[in-house]
Design a protein around this ligand. Structure first.
Ligand code: ADP
Ligand code: MG
Length: 513
């Protein structure tokens, strides 16, 4: 592939397209938020080459390095202050792009600089001169908000990553390494790197290659591992490595059936009209009845990786402003598609006292979330869980946001037997001889978690006596369980009656006792 082709391919990337829109729209002051200065510089070079009638060069300024002339012009960097560089841009006579690194600091602290930027806006308009501020933070003062066009640089998309991999594999091959340059491998490797910044992708690649010694299919598992670590760098998103399959979920027949149907539609997502592509499901219900378990089963049913966002972390303040942290997490998630994204206990932060600042975050977070649900990538299936759905804003539950809202009730008699069987089998015990049906009565009002607890305590008891478990052991253990539906009766009743009219049951109603 020659450099011309490579350039054409890079120009397809989402990042370049967003920048092109701003430049072609004639926005003279552009603010790009990203920690990736080098990548921004590459994008600007590409813009200079492709978006103007004759190629335009890119100048770079930083407070430490001064003003560096473009390669074509050559020459030494000139030490210039922030104010002086703006003056120089004002006087510059031909079209050019100026990248100002971390300029937000100067805008923030110096009214003179703010004023000069407003002048520059007018001076550069329609002159082919563009001032591009690059910064890892978004910081635009109000008085410049209308003049400065803002874009946040999304993580590289597949096109950009494939280009990056082609370049890297060329270099590696020259170093004598084994490299697979086939399209299928490049696509799979790009997928594995998706969600990382280009710098992170480069580090991941280097580390993977240093262990496997080649850039081919053998490096893929390493690349995926690297990504799992990095996606979690914010501490907000966790990769959930849990293979719970749908057979490990007892009962919930309607929910399971619904999932099987969505699964087919989700697999065909690229050829379907967007309103048919499954977006997500909201699962609510009494604590311990299998909400988390079902979400894990969704991921394995769809054959996709599962990422979890803990809402309680979002609101903790440990990751900066809750609304900014949340938006950032959603953007990162976007780039790990296809995947199942799990917002766990989504009503967290709504409970307790939402006072002062917290309540304004809440409004912003929920409205962001609802828009994002509509616009997010097709390859993301959102599974949200809630204990207290009655606390959620009504528009969250309305049809169209989620494809379905399921209520997981306390398990029915049949379901309880099935859950017993699952947990016994999981521990290597054949339930056939245990007369589990005799436990139906005593376990009335129990959650799945309580059934599991009963199995575990019966098995612990017999383990100490070195013998096989019997019906009596289970029965004895059951006598010691005090179910939540008794201790927290009011709350459980409240959830059940609330859900009665507003959600679809995950399993059939209990028939006559
Ligand atoms: N329907 C079920 N089938 C099998 N096990 C269940 C079921 N419901 C709950 N459990 C057991 O209880 C544990 C806790 O359930 P979980 O899904 O975490 O509940 P929550 O609804 O609070 O998210 C699960 O890990 C599982 O072992
Ligand atoms: Mg849970």
């Amino acid at each position: 592939m020659d450099t011309g082709d490579q350039e054409a391919a890079a120009a397809q990337s989402r990042a370049f397209q967003s920048l092109a829109e701003l430049i072609q729209g004639g926005r003279p002051l552009i603010y790009i938020q990203s920690p990736e200065e080098a990548r921004i510089h590459q994008l600007l070079l590409l813009a200079g080459n492709r978006l103007f009638q004759s190629a335009v060069s890119v100048w770079t300024w930083s407070s430490t390095g001064g003003l560096c002339p473009p390669e074509a012009v050559g020459g030494e960097a000139v030490q210039l202050g922030a104010r002086a560089v703006l003056d120089l841009i004002a006087q510059h006579e031909s079209p050019a792009i100026f990248q100002l690194k971390d300029f937000h600091e100067f805008i923030r602290s110096d009214p003179d600089i703010r004023r000069r930027l407003r002048d520059l806006y007018a001076l550069c308009l329609d002159s082919g001169k563009f001032v591009v501020i690059s910064s890892p933070l978004r910081s635009i003062p109000e008085e410049l908000d209308r003049q400065i066009a803002f874009m946040s640089l999304a993580a590289p998309d597949l096109d950009e990553l494939i280009e990056f991999l082609k370049l890297e594999s060329g270099n590696l091959e020259r170093q004598g390494l084994r490299v697979d340059r086939g399209g299928t491998f490049l696509f799979a490797a790009a997928r594995a790197l998706q969600g990382l910044t280009l710098d992170e992708a480069r580090h991941s690649l280097r580390r993977a290659i240093s262990t496997v010694g080649a850039l081919d299919a053998t490096a893929l598992p390493r690349l995926l591992e690297e990504k799992k670590l990095l996606v979690n760098r914010s501490g907000l998103i966790q990769y959930v490595a849990d293979g719970t399959s749908i057979e490990h979920v007892g009962g919930l027949e309607y929910l399971k059936q619904w999932l099987q149907e969505r699964r087919r539609l989700f697999m065909e997502r690229d050829s379907l009209a967007s309103e048919l592509v499954p977006k997500g499901v909201l699962v609510m219900g009494v604590s311990g009845c299998g909400k988390s378990l079902s979400v894990k089963a969704v991921a394995s049913c769809f054959g996709l990786p599962l990422y979890r966002v803990e809402m309680i972390e979002v609101f903790s303040g440990r990751h900066g402003n809750p609304d900014a942290a949340f938006a950032d997490a959603c953007r990162t998630l976007e780039s790990v598609a296809p995947a199942v994204v799990w917002f766990d206990e989504i009503e967290m932060g709504l409970t307790g006292q939402a006072v002062g600042e917290t309540s304004s975050y809440l409004g912003r977070i929920f409205s962001f979330f609802l828009t994002w649900m509509q616009e997010k990538a097709r390859g993301l299936f959102v599974a949200a869980t809630a204990n207290r759905i009655d606390l959620l804003p009504a528009e969250m539950i309305r049809k169209g946001r989620f494809d379905e809202v399921f209520f997981i009730d306390l398990p029915t008699e049949e379901e309880r037997v099935e859950i017993f069987e699952i947990h016994l089998r999981k521990r290597g015990i054949d339930p056939a001889e245990l007369q589990l049906h005799r436990l139906k009565r005593i376990t009335q009002g129990w959650t799945g978690a309580e059934i599991e607890q009963c199995v575990v305590s019966a098995l612990t008891a017999v383990k100490l006596q070195d013998r096989a478990v019997t019906f009596e052991d289970l029965h004895r253990a059951a006598l010691n369980v005090i179910p939540l539906s008794k201790t927290m009766r009011e709350q459980v009743d409240h959830i059940r009656s609330w859900a009665y009219e507003r959600a679809v049951r995950a399993s059939p109603r209990e028939t006559a006792r």
